[in-house]
Design a protein around this ligand. Structure first.
Ligand code: G4P
Length: 530
């Protein structure tokens, strides 16, 4: 096996998803602790340091104390090279989060044991399902009073439509939390406080038949455990690696990230069950990192003005095959020419650092002089293939944008186009009006504030936003449809995107069905392709 293939095989690239506050940051930090990337828990958790240092260009983020941007962390553990794609925790920035999922080979879903599946998880999950990537569940905060374990699993199965397979089983919760039972090894991992989770502690494991357990678990706890395991063995889906790989079965683990309990067990199992970088679809068929020798990558995120003084843009790309070397020329398919990727960088724990080499599975950020768009392909292959585009996620809020000072039209058009190109907003036009009447669509309302702030600060343009009542957007798939003859509803509006593709906006969901009923040939899609 070549050195490059060997390196790629070691890669595990996954996204961590959760509803805000479920414990994503805490779990990530504990992973880093086990990987030796940090030696004391608490250094990443200080939200004011790590996450914000990456994106201190945006005052809104600081003001509101939320994390807007996603970051990528790399560390090593047990012979693996792990890339974690952290995703913004605030629901208002879920479009970026959605895109980040496009760069991952699997997802770890963190669920708060006292809450179960929450809104944010549900949305992100849809994207994972769409991509058929494996999903691993970590049910967190077992040291707090939790919902009934069977109810939690039911919740995941019903809400997310995926089968679950508990790999271990909690014994009690909250003050009565004693540990977890490993179903395969039939042993109990005992809960203990590892210095409030600040260091890697000793974990005590006892065989289920060990009499010592009688000292630790009272009769009631033992009976409950036995009954629950019996019920589980009869009712739950069996572990099936094939189904896990297809994203149809989610292995479930229980623990408490804060106290460091169950984290290493989860990490070990998860790394063994998830896959190395997966093949990706291109216009010339599947590109498999195990057979494709040449470098290839696609851009999944663009971040502007990370350093306000330099007005730079960073394009984040997922390497899909081969090896990357700093300064090497690569062909930019959409631009139609060779480019040198300069200032390649990676996030290591909490700092940005320049890198010399990277391999399939890795995420790198490169300096972007304004030539890249989301979804672009770069490769050194003679075949010049293009990776499948990244879907445009349906915005849920719309507003009409007007310039306050029409003299600044040029800056306005440039600014709004650039911000749209980064994928922070989507812009649309009404039929029969010029660029002065623009409709902006966003996934979360906070993005309107970001748009206003950035146009003002970076382009010196003041805008007024008039909220529109629409909440649903559908791209018209069959282009031959005569728009003038379309029989719509009173709450429907026809618009087009920047590529002149026709779209429909609706205020109510039922109007979509009604419109489809009234126009039998009409085909609508929730996702556009970028
Ligand atoms: P997020 O990234 O998903 O938004 O969640 P984060 O890790 O920031 O955790 C949210 C809160 O939940 C934090 O408390 C964190 O300490 C707590 N937490 C995380 N895992 C566990 C766990 O296993 N058990 C318990 N009991 N709590 C947990 P906070 O008070 O909001 O922040 P802080 O004051 O601790 O920094």
């Amino acid at each position: 096996m070549s050195e490059i293939t060997n390196e790629i095989k070691k890669r595990r690239t996954f996204a961590i998803i959760s509803h805000p506050d479920a414990g994503k940051t805490t779990l990530t930090e504990k992973f880093l602790l086990y990987g030796g990337a940090i030696n004391h828990a608490g250094s990443v958790k200080g939200k004011a340091t790590a996450k914000h240092a990456v994106s201190d260009w945006m005052e809104i983020e600081k003001e509101r104390g939320i994390s807007v941007t996603s970051s990528v962390l790399q560390f090593h553990y047990g012979g693996y090279c792990i890339n974690i794609l952290d995703t913004p925790g605030h629901q208002d920035f879920s479009e970026d989060t959605y895109r980040t999922l496009m760069a991952a080979d699997s997802a770890v879903m963190v669920i708060d044991a006292s809450k179960g599946v929450e809104a944010q998880t549900r949305k992100l999950f849809k994207v994972c399902v769409m991509r058929h990537i494996p999903i691993f569940t970590f049910i967190n905060k077992m040291d707090r009073e939790a919902k009934d374990t069977f109810d939690l699993l039911d919740d995941i199965e019903k809400e997310l439509g995926i089968a679950t397979c508990p790999m271990n089983w909690p014994i009690g919760s909250g003050k009565e939390f004693k540990g977890v039972y490993d179903r395969q090894k039939k042993e109990v991992e005992l809960f203990s406080d590892t210095h409030k989770g600040t260091s890697v502690g000793e974990v005590k494991k006892l065989d289920a038949n060990n009499p010592e357990l009688d000292w630790i678990l009272d009769t009631q706890a033992r009976v409950t455990l036995e009954e629950e395991i019996e019920l589980l063995d009869g009712a739950a889906a069996e572990f099936d690696q094939e189904l896990v790989s297809q994203g149809e079965l989610s292995p479930v683990f229980f623990g408490s990230a804060l106290t460091n309990f169950g984290v290493e067990t989860f990490l070990k199992h998860f790394l063994a069950m998830t896959s190395s970088p997966l093949p990706r679809m291109s216009d010339q068929g599947e590109i498999d990192p195990m057979t494709e020798k040449d470098f290839s990558a696609f851009v999944f995120k663009i971040q502007a003005n990370m350093n306000k003084a330099h007005r730079d843009r960073i394009a984040f790309m997922r390497i899909c095959s081969g090896m990357f070397e700093a300064g090497m020329p690569v062909y930019h398919i959409q631009g139609g020419k060779d480019v040198r990727l300069s200032q390649p960088q990676q996030m290591m724990a909490s700092e940005r650092k320049m890198i010399e080499t990277a391999y399939g599975g890795d995420i790198i950020g490169v300096f972007d002089p304004g030539i890249f768009s989301i979804g672009d392909t770069l490769t050194t292959s003679k075949d010049k293939f293009t990776y499948e585009g990244i879907p445009t996620f349906a915005p849920e809020h719309f507003a009409r944008v007007r310039q306050v000072d029409t003299m600044k039209r040029k800056q306005f058009v440039k600014g709004i186009n650039q911000i749209a190109q980064e994928g922070a907003i989507q812009i649309f036009q009404e039929y029969n009006t010029g660029m002065e009447e623009i409709i902006v669509g966003v996934v979360g309302v906070l993005q309107f504030d970001v748009l206003k702030y950035r146009l003002q600060n970076e382009y010196n343009v003041e805008i007024k936003l008039e909220n529109l009542p629409y909440e649903h957007i559908r791209w018209i798939e069959n282009k031959e449809i005569n728009l003038d003859k379309l029989v719509g509803t009173s709450d429907m509006k026809k618009i087009k995107d920047l590529k002149d593709r026709p779209l429909l906006l609706f205020a109510h969901e039922w109007s979509i069905r009604m419109t489809l009923d009234r126009n039998k040939d009409l085909k609508l899609s929730e996702f556009g392709q970028s």
